[in-house]
Design a protein around this ligand. Structure first.
Ligand SMILES: N[C@@H](CCC(=O)N[C@@H](CS)C(=O)NCC(=O)O)C(=O)O
Length: 204
């Protein structure tokens, strides 16, 4: 199995962490999405990472599908609970964390345009999603150690990857310690794990 990824994709980081936590042997291939010979489109018509290429040449995307595939590859240490209620809760945390990331990525791409071409209303709308999402994640976590049922799960991984991305791209405007103290504490716990340390985003 081969995983196509970019270093700073929070979605790719999520599945790299799942693979590490589940001790799944997967070959990692870093790609440059803008390169003319980038192989991603050959395996994902949407042209997005992460993509998992299976032994038979078939491919899986997106990160939610790959995370579930990895989780079911080995029976140990499930990151997505089997119980239906807990599973839905984990998937909802993931959906919200990914949604915050989607909005943050949209802002980052808009801000990369030349200033006169940027749409301020669009940026405000997306930033509103980011702050409302973070507020709900922070409040729902409360004083709990982990997001769902006091057990480390895909929910924590998804939230941690979103926080990592915001730290990389939005540290000037989002102060986790001041405004989202529960998430800040969660992030500190996650950063103790080798899987998180090994996949830190890189400023570029
Ligand atoms: N929902 C997708 C999102 C993947 C995604 O947006 N990846 C970005 C990198 S962070 C990408 O590949 N963007 C390239 C593009 O949109 O053309 C997932 O969870 O895998």
């Amino acid at each position: 199995m081969k995983l196509l990824y970019t270093v700073n994709s929070p979605y790719a980081r999520k599945v790299r962490i799942v693979a590490a936590e589940k001790h799944i042997d997967v070959q990692l291939q870093e790609v440059v999405l803008s390169a003319p010979d980038c192989p991603v489109k050959d395996y994902n018509p949407l042209g997005k990472v992460p993509v998992l290429i299976l032994a038979d040449g078939d491919s899986l995307y997106d990160s939610r599908v790959i995370a579930e595939y990895f989780d079911n590859r080995t029976p140990l240490a499930h990151l997505i609970p089997k119980d239906n209620g807990a599973k839905s809760a984990v998937r909802r945390w993931e959906a919200l964390a990914d949604g915050v990331c989607d909005a943050a990525v949209a802002v980052m791409l808009e801000q990369r345009k030349p200033q006169p071409m940027q749409d301020a209303a669009f940026i405000d709308k997306q930033m509103d999603k980011v702050t409302r999402g973070l507020t709900v994640l922070n409040n729902d976590l409360g004083q709990n150690k982990w997001c769902v049922d006091d057990a480390f799960s895909l929910a924590d991984i998804a939230v941690g990857c979103t926080l990592g991305y915001l730290g990389l791209r939005f540290s000037q405007v989002i102060n986790l310690a001041e405004d989202y103290a529960n998430l800040d504490r969660l992030q500190a716990s996650l950063l103790q794990r080798q899987s998180f340390k090994d996949t830190l985003p890189v400023a570029n």
